[in-house]
Structures are given as C-alpha cells and as structure tokens.
Design a protein around this ligand. Structure first.
Ligand code: DAH
Length: 369
C-alpha cells in the first residue's frame, strides 16, 4: 500500500469524491431494489459490496489520503457502505420470505388428490421363474414336489449313495446344524427330495414317478457375483420301466427349448455323481452365438456351450435305499441351478441382484401376481 501523502492530490482522492461515492451508493441501492430473487441479489452483492466494488476500492484509498482528509472521507465512505449493507440485508429478508412462500405454493402436495400411482406388490422373479420351470414339466404330466430345507443327513447324503466316508461329501461344503448328533443339515441340493418322493410314494406300473422339485439349497460358499451361500435348484426324477439315457436327453432338450427358445439344445459330457450311473454334465448350446463363430462370444467365452447342470441314470443303490425294486424299474434324474438358469434367460450379470430385493430390479420383470 502506498504511504500517506503529505500533499493533497486530487487525482488520488477521486475515488472518494462525494459525487463518485454518491453515484456508487445510488447505483448499489438501485440494483438492490431491482434484484428480483436471491440469486440476483447474490450477484448484486458481489458487484456493489464485494472486494472489487467501487465502495470497497474507495475504502482502500483512505489510507492513501493526506491525514487531514482521512476522517471526513472515512465517515462518508462508512455511511455509504452502511447504507448499502443495510439495504442488502433488508432486501435479502424480503426475498427469503418471498422465496419460502413460492416454494410452499409450487411444491405443495395435495395429499387428498386421488392417485394412480398405487404400486401393487409382485412376486419375485425367482418365484415366477421357478413356477415357469415347474409349468414346463406339469405340461408333460409331471408332478411338483417339495421338501424341507433343514434335512436329515441320511436323506441329503446316505440315501443318495453318499455314505459317511464318501469323498464327495466334502465337496458339498455343508452347513451342519448343532448339536451334531441331530444329524440335520441345511440341504446342500434338492436331490433329497428324490429320495423323499420314492420313499413316500413308491412306484408301481400304474403309478410311475415323474416329479420336478424346485427349492432353496445352502452351501458354505462366498457371496459374490456368481456364488451365494443360499441359492435355488430344480431337481427332476423319472422312475418307470425301461427308462434310458435317451428319455433323459429328450426331456432336457425340451426343457431347454421351452426355457430359452427353439433350437436351444443340450449336450452331455461324461461326469460322476454318486447318485447316478452313468452320470453327465449338461451343457446348453450358447443361446447368444448358438455355437456359430463362438470365438468372439463373451457369453460362452468361445466354447459354444454353457454349463447348465448334472444328470444321469439313477444309481440302483439309490433305488434300493429308497425301497424301489431296481430289477424292475429304472430312472433318470437331473439337477440345475434356478438362479443360474434365470441369469442366462434374462442376461443378468450378477447373481446378487436376485437376492437383494431392489424393486427397480424386480419391477423390470413386470408385476405379475
Ligand atoms: N445334486 C447335484 C448337485 O447339487 C446336481 C445333480 C446332478 C442332481 C446329477 C441330479 C443328478 O439329480 O442326477 O451338484
């Protein structure tokens, strides 16, 4: 800052001349009075009372005045700034009241108005998906069976040829319940419903078994985009005379076509399950590339096929454990993930979206009741 002048220099005091001060003050007052809303007043405040406003600049000049001129100039500038600040505060108060009144009118909610936005509840896509699957089988004359989610260890394992020392038991990542001598597990698959059906119903020439069993299953899995400690499976079991692998293949091809569209078929790859012999993994032909130019396909990662589930001819040991004459009857069984099936069907990338209850996700499936 420049030092005090000893000589009175009219050029340097021009900013604080009474006429200029009055003009600056009047301009400020006029602008304040004309500001139509709070936003405009904010701009007026910065222009007429901010650091670079004429009045602030004048204030800064005081120090540069000859000592004898400072007091009088200081008073005049102080009065002008005071008037402007007062006017700003008064206008601010008026505009705030106006603003509130406007918001009350504009954003008023008439709670008595009738509304057509009355969302109805809807069943979860997993429920409707499981029903769609069940319907496909019911249309072929199958029955639907369900079992408990807390299951006897014997039905979940032993009856299915998974004895206590069977190595495949450890592959099932089981949730056991306490106390251990209850021998109850959270079922690791829907296969115990097969055993329950055979034990409860038996099979005769007049009443063969054709059941489909959808339901919740549990495994000590991580919770991520492709795993969950709770998920859903659908099990199928057919017990009749002379059942062969051909019946199984035809049934699963029909299931695949109904689920994913005409032309979607399955292939079997040799595999092992204790409850079936022979056993196979079921793959679906990739419903995106349909096996044509698969190299670029992101869905099947160039395979042309997608893993869908497991299946096979029911092991005679399972039939015997469940009271069925294995010399007279044979059967096929299969099991697949319902969640996985729905992910394929609807192009879902993250399994968790099915479990997290976000209505924006579920309503995209429609509000079917
Ligand atoms: N229970 C098997 C699993 O959870 C799936 C399965 C495979 C079921 C083959 C079957 C079958 O009925 O025959 O991994």
């Amino acid at each position: 800052m420049s030092g005090p002048n000893t000589d009175f220099d009219p050029v340097e005091v021009a900013a604080v001349s009474p006429a200029e001060l009055e003009a600056a003050r009047d301009a400020a007052l006029a602008a304040i009075a004309a500001a139509p809303d709070l936003e405009a007043l904010k701009a007026v405040r910065s222009e007429h009372a901010g650091d670079r406003s004429p009045l602030a600049l004048a204030n800064r000049e005081i120090g540069a005045l000859p000592p004898q001129a400072r007091k009088e100039a200081g008073q005049r500038i102080g009065q002008a700034r005071g008037a402007v600040n007062q006017a700003l505060a008064a206008r601010q108060a008026v505009l705030e009241v106006e603003n509130e009144a406007r918001i009350l009118v504009e954003e008023a909610v008439d709670v008595t108005l009738p509304t057509d936005r009355d969302p109805v509840g809807a069943r979860h896509p997993l429920t409707t998906g499981a029903e769609l699957i069940a319907d496909i089988f019911v249309a072929m004359g199958w029955e639907v069976a369900e079992g408990p989610v807390i299951e006897a260890e014997w039905l979940n394992f032993d009856a299915l040829n998974l004895g206590p020392d069977h190595p495949a038991r450890t592959m099932q990542d089981t949730f056991w319940t306490a106390p251990a001598d209850n021998h109850l597990v959270l079922r690791t698959h829907t296969s115990p419903v097969q055993a329950r059906t055979m034990l409860a119903r038996g099979v005769t020439d007049e009443a063969p078994i054709y059941v489909v069993c959808p339901g919740r299953v549990f495994r000590t899995d991580e919770y991520d985009a492709t795993h969950s400690p709770m998920f859903h499976q659908v099990e199928g079991l057919a017990i009749d005379k002379d059942i062969s692998m051909a019946h199984l293949k035809g049934t699963l091809d029909h299931f695949a076509a109904q689920m994913f569209g005409d032309g979607i078929t399955t292939r079997f790859r040799p595999s092992y399950f204790p409850f079936t012999e022979p056993s196979a993994e079921v793959d679906l032909i990739c419903f995106v590339c349909r096996g044509v130019d698969s190299d670029a396909c992101r869905t099947c990662r160039g395979e042309g096929w997608i893993e869908w589930g497991g299946c096979g001819i029911v092991n005679p040991r399972v039939l015997q454990a469940c009271g069925i004459d294995s010399s007279k009857y044979s059967g096929f069984a299969f099991g697949m993930g319902i969640d996985r099936t729905l992910m394929f069907r609807h192009g879902l990338e993250d399994l968790r979206t099915l479990f997290e209850g976000d209505v924006r996700f579920t309503t995209a499936f429609g509000s079917e009741l």
